[in-house]
Design a protein around this ligand. Structure first.
Ligand code: G6P
Length: 363
């Protein structure tokens, strides 16, 4: 009903706009502002993983890929990320001493549960990262961290991913602190940066939505999009493409920007737009040169960037400043809003896209 949607046209829009609150809730009681320490009592009993297998599906899988970068960089934990439906039919090198992190919004995804069963059968320890309290993942995991995003109604996942990224950030910080390997820059800047996010994102969302509306009208004829990013923005590119596919039914492909030259570049022409993620980080010059390659072939470009950028593209889209990896928390809602506005503009059923289910409990 309209009341449940809190005045928003769709649940998806409502949930996108809830993300500042979701981040604040994820942080509440879990960070100590003065010492910068992260408190995750759920994990206190467990040793820091020696290596980590992240297992998930769909959007949760993209969150897992994103988390891998921080687990390695901040906590020195060798991490791999597995699509659950693949892992379950492999013969993975997995056993006692290994840790599996199963990520699931619903906690009921059949493939992810099968991954948990396989891990347990082999003696690995399972940590669940899930949103629904009392769900199968929460019950079957040895340890559970809850994402606390609140009920997510829209089939296309938005705020749940935001909460997964927030908790993965906290877990990487916590493991890095416990091992004593957390880089100084992260130790100093991450907690204050996280605490700054809710208000900054809240202030930015209406403008982001407006920009998404304008841009979707410019690109509504496109049959296909290429989403490009590097580093943490590679999983975000995958997620941006997934959101567009799921709800607007426009084909989109997410690619590691540096891999474009090995294939997708052959597709570039004036009718095949690129949606780039170009925050001002150490990879910015690399992404910039990838975008010049696109332009040299007549490709149109929307590029999410940050203040201080100097991109000369058709449609630069500046998102608010955020410290280092936390830029992702600004980029993600922009990707979600672009897909949302496109689907709504094209008259699609945003909250109930055809052929999709909120939770896939059968194989
Ligand atoms: C379905 C949903 C997706 C979700 C995926 C994994 O495909 O439509 O939005 O990302 O399942 O769900 P989970 O609940 O395990 O995160």
């Amino acid at each position: 009903s309209a009341a449940q949607k809190g005045g928003y046209k769709h649940f998806m829009l409502k949930e996108i706009f809830e993300q500042p609150r979701v981040i604040a809730d994820c942080l509440a009681g879990r960070v100590d502002r003065n010492s910068g320490r992260v408190i995750l009592p759920e994990l206190e009993a467990a040793e820091v993983p020696e290596r980590l297998f992240i297992v998930a599906c769909g959007t949760s899988y993209h969150a897992g890929l994103w988390g891998m970068y921080l687990m390695e960089q901040w906590a020195g934990i060798p991490t791999r990320v597995e699509i659950a439906s693949e892992l379950r039919y492999r013969d993975p090198i997995l056993g006692p001493g290994d840790t599996v992190l199963a990520i699931s919004q619903s906690g009921e995804t059949a493939d992810t549960l099968a991954g948990i069963h396989l891990a347990k059968a082999r003696g690995a320890r399972v940590i669940g990262l899930c949103n629904v309290v009392g769900s199968s993942v929460a019950r079957e995991a040895d340890l559970v961290v809850h994402t606390q995003a609140g009920p997510e109604i829209s089939v296309a996942s938005t705020k749940a991913m935001c909460s997964q990224l927030a908790l993965l950030t906290l877990m990487a910080l916590a493991f890095g602190q416990r091992k004593g390997v957390l880089p100084e820059d992260a130790a100093k800047n991450c907690v204050p940066g996280l605490e700054h996010l809710p208000a900054a994102l809240d202030a930015a969302l209406p403008g982001m939505r407006q920009r998404a509306r304008e841009l979707c009208r410019v690109y509504a004829e496109a049959r296909s999009f290429l989403y490009l990013g590097r580093g943490l923005c590679f999983p975000l590119a995958l997620e941006g493409a997934l959101k567009l596919k799921e709800i607007s039914y426009i084909h989109a492909e997410g690619y590691a920007a540096g891999e474009m030259k090995h294939g997708p570049i052959a597709l570039i022409d004036p009718k095949f737009p690129t949606f780039a993620l170009a925050p001002i980080d150490s990879l910015y010059p690399k992404v910039k040169s990838n975008l010049q390659e696109v332009q040299a072939r007549g490709g149109k470009i929307i590029a999410l960037t940050q203040p201080g950028g100097d991109l000369d593209v058709d449609h630069p889209w500046e998102t608010p400043a955020a410290w280092g990896p936390l830029a992702s928390f600004m980029l993600l809602p922009a990707l979600q809003l672009f897909a949302y506005e496109m689907a709504d503009y094209l008259g699609k059923d945003v909250d109930q896209p055809r052929n999709l289910a909120k939770s896939v409990t059968v194989e």
